[in-house]
Design a protein around this ligand. Structure first.
Ligand SMILES: [Zn+2]
Length: 403
């Protein structure tokens, strides 16, 4: 057990004994881009089941956001296009709207399904703003690539950007932390010139991975210099380097920014066994990062924290554990020593049939995802911290101006 395993324990009063409001309902599984698509609603089966095994019970069923609400960040003409494709999934509008075969295909009912993801995050944020719950977790949310007028990267409507816009309507300063392996480009672009929104995205470098952006010189628009922060990491970076970069950047910038609400995206596609990307992260690191975000929310934002899911394409071995660890972080509880045997029995055959077996026995992975630390890890760990330092330095220079 290294320092990582001691990690961040929430040093906060245990006042939310029941844990974060869990957002899930019948409409959650309707966001379905088709058989064989990596972002599969199959993940909700084992995912919600494992959450239940640690004491989480869905308490808010997503319903579609209204067109006015979607209009907080999306063009009405784009919403109209999605509505039309939703009713008739073939049409001339689709290329311009970012919809097509491949990443983000049209499907019947696409508008209602995507609007419900947005509605889930919006209602959860409003429950937090009303003080009904300190924390909420929406595992089906985190569709961070959608742009104002265009779908992208499996994402139709940008629910984290919408939740941020909703908090901004109340004049609140929002810290957005994006831990998905892909750059949170849509959220960054939509709030690019708003100094009241600090976005921090830690991801695999755009030189190696979709969407090809998120470099250290992307720092915000002319009215908001230094309010957009990106930590691009080399392919192969493991849990130590990733977590060290998160720990180096997030608490310091939060202390400077003093958010009134924290919204975070917990994609688990940076995991060592995830099929789509090339980081070598662990559920251990995901849990530690979630506890860090929880700590930041309590320190600066009165505990107001909306967590969303995100990417994550190993629906059996990784996603359920990653979701449970986010919820447990918000419940201020350590994970149980072992994963329920009944859960493993229920999902073993299905996991096997998708080539994602055997199922793990523990919530946290072995150090370095089970591979001995070697010289390459040392180099990549050092590199991750160098990038974090470079980001902070570049940001300071941007705010202060040339010496
Ligand atoms: Zn908390």
């Amino acid at each position: 057990m290294g320092p990582l395993h001691r990690g961040y324990r929430a040093r906060v009063p245990r006042h939310s004994r029941t844990g974060p409001l869990l957002v899930f309902g019948p409409r959650s599984t309707a966001y379905d881009l088709g058989p064989g698509h990596p972002l599969t609603p199959r993940r909700f089966g084992p995912g919600i089941d494992l959450l239940r095994s640690v004491g989480a019970e869905p308490g808010l069923a997503p319903e579609p956001a209204s067109d006015d609400e979607l209009g907080l960040v999306h063009d009405q003409s784009y919403v109209a296009t999605i509505r039309s494709l939703s009713a008739r999934p073939i049409g001339p509008e689709h290329l311009e709207a970012g919809i097509g075969p491949g990443d983000t295909p049209a499907f019947p009912g696409m508008h209602e399904a995507a609007a419900a993801v947005a509605g889930g995050s919006l209602r959860a944020l409003e429950a937090i703003l009303r003080g009904e719950t300190e924390h909420a977790f929406h595992p089906g949310g985190g569709l961070h690539h959608a742009m104002r007028d265009r779908a992208s990267g499996f994402c139709v409507y940008n629910d984290p950007a919408l939740a941020i816009a909703r908090a901004r309507r109340d004049g609140l300063r929002v810290l957005y932390v994006d831990l998905d392996v892909h750059h949170g480009d849509g959220v960054q672009a939509i709030h690019w010139n708003d100094p009241g929104v600090l976005t921090i995205s830690v991801h695999e470098t755009g030189h190696a991975l979709f969407p090809g952006s998120g470099f250290i010189d992307e720092l915000g628009g002319p009215d908001a210099p230094g309010s957009k922060v990106n930590v691009p990491l080399e392919p192969g970076t493991g849990e130590r380097g990733w977590l060290a970069a998160v720990e180096r950047v997030v608490p310091e910038l939060a202390a400077e920014f003093r958010p009134e609400v924290v919204i975070s995206q917990h994609g688990s596609d940076g995991h060592a066994v995830d099929p789509l990307a090339h980081l070598r992260l662990t559920t251990t690191a995901f849990g530690a990062a979630a506890r860090l975000v929880d700590t930041v929310a309590h320190r600066w934002a009165g505990g107001r924290w909306l967590a969303t899911g995100g990417g994550g394409y190993d629906a059996y071995r990784v996603v359920p554990r990653a979701w449970s660890l986010v919820w447990l972080a918000g419940a201020h509880r350590d994970p149980p020593a072992r994963i329920s045997e009944a859960w493993r029995e229920r999902w073993a055959a299905e996991a096997e049939s998708y080539g994602q077996a055997p199922l793990p026995e523990r919530f946290e992975d072995p150090p370095n995802a089970g591979r001995p630390f070697g010289p390459v890890d040392e180099v990549l760990d050092r590199r991750a911290l160098e990038v974090a330092e470079a980001v902070l330095a570049r940001r300071r220079a941007t705010i202060v101006g040339p010496a």
